[in-house]
Ligand binder design. Structure first.
Ligand code: PLP
Length: 364
């Protein structure tokens, strides 16, 4: 399974891809899907109508399986920020309500909630991470008061891969009737996630990191019981029906998450994402997770042995404090990386190899 997974990525002998927490290369099935639909749209135009719609539905169903929700609880957007904005700007927040988040959230999660609080005179409660930037669930639970309406945090943080135990948090939020929103961008595809089983109310993420889809798809999964309470931000033919329906001033919005998709969709990107998700499901999360942790652990260990200070939290992300020439050395391979938080972020995926890790360690 793992050998097959690795074979489904381009053998790039020129570059090392170690900024997968930023933008990962897309998988071979994703590339093929784009070529497939490109050819069919070129040759067949409207005659593809039924087929492309059922492929979009297939992508939605596969993604739902990975998230642990139903396919009609998922809506596609252009980015994670767009998906979160749909939720938070239509969430029934009231004056003095509290929304809890971490002090190291990625901007696509932090800014929408900050703005939503501002518009409603609600309070954004920003919880301080531990000194080493870890994000233990207990610190979030401590901040819950009788005014807390929402906890809106990332599962895996983008700076150092710090994780919060979402299953444990969901037990508390469910009991206290607090809405739990999780940005799953840096974890989905790498670790097991069970939205409905754990009792998470909503999640959002996007296509271009660990899911190895092309840039351009964000998604929101919202527990069915909440869908009627959240109005669609964008409204169009698909909020109510299809492009074939006659206009009707009295029509009712759809009752599932499809109502959040106002019009035509990014078919190439969504179906390519679906093809990559199918590859992940076929490989299984446990195989991918084991390989990612093996590679990231060996990178973190090697860096520590070479005298670097390292932040590593049993995720795909390894963040180390660079020496004067570290960045230039990485560029010389060339290896991509990101300057994030305390240092330099490297983030191997399961398609990376021991050779990749050895090259980085050798040059550093
Ligand atoms: C935690 C997290 N959420 C979301 C995103 C992506 O956001 P968007 O799709 O809005 O660009 C990133 C990308 O760096 C991220 O790290």
């Amino acid at each position: 399974m793992l050998t097959h997974y690795k074979s489904q990525f381009f053998k790039d002998f020129k570059h090392l891809h170690l900024n997968n927490a930023g933008l990962a290369p897309i998988s071979l099935p994703a590339r093929d899907k784009i070529l497939y639909w490109g050819k069919r749209f070129y040759e067949e135009g409207f005659y593809t109508d039924h087929d492309y719609m059922s492929d979009v539905l297939h992508a939605r169903t596969s993604l739902a399986q990975l998230i642990g929700c139903d396919y009609n609880e998922i809506a596609f957007f252009q980015s994670t920020a767009g998906a979160i904005s749909q939720l938070c700007f239509h969430f029934p927040l009231q004056e003095n309500d509290e929304v809890i988040t971490w002090d190291q959230e990625y901007a696509s999660n932090l800014y929408p909630w900050q703005e939503a609080c501002k518009r409603k005179n609600a309070k954004l409660v920003i919880v301080e991470s531990e000194k080493n930037l870890t994000t233990p669930v207990e610190k979030i639970i401590e901040k819950i008061t009788d005014k807390t309406k929402v906890v809106a945090i990332s599962w895996v943080q983008f700076l150092t891969g710090a994780q919060t135990d979402i299953e444990k948090l969901a037990k508390v939020t469910k009991e206290k009737n607090i809405f739990l929103f999780v940005d799953i961008m840096q974890g989905l595809g790498l670790h097991v996630f069970k939205m409905k089983e754990w009792g998470v109310d909503a999640v959002a993420g996007g296509s271009h990191k660990w899911l190895t889809g092309p840039v351009g798809v964000g998604f929101l999964a919202l527990e069915m019981k909440h869908i009627s309470k959240i109005q669609p931000h964008s409204v169009g033919a698909y909020t109510f029906g299809t492009c074939d329906d006659p206009t009707d001033l009295f029509c009712m919005p759809k009752k599932d998450a499809f109502k959040f998709e106002a019009g035509s969709k990014q078919v190439l990107e969504i179906t390519a994402l679906g093809a990559s998700v199918d590859l992940i499901l076929k490989t299984t999360i446990s195989v991918i997770e084991k390989e990612v942790l093996r590679l990231s652990e060996s990178l973190a260990h090697g860096l520590k042995m070479s005298g670097f200070e390292v932040h590593y939290n049993n995720s795909s992300i390894v963040n180390f404090i660079p020496k004067a020439d570290s960045v230039e050395k990485l560029k010389s391979i060339p290896c991509n990386f990101a300057i994030r938080g305390p240092g330099v972020r490297l983030s191997p995926h399961a398609f990376n190899t021991d050779e990749d890790i050895k090259k980085v360690l050798a040059v550093l």
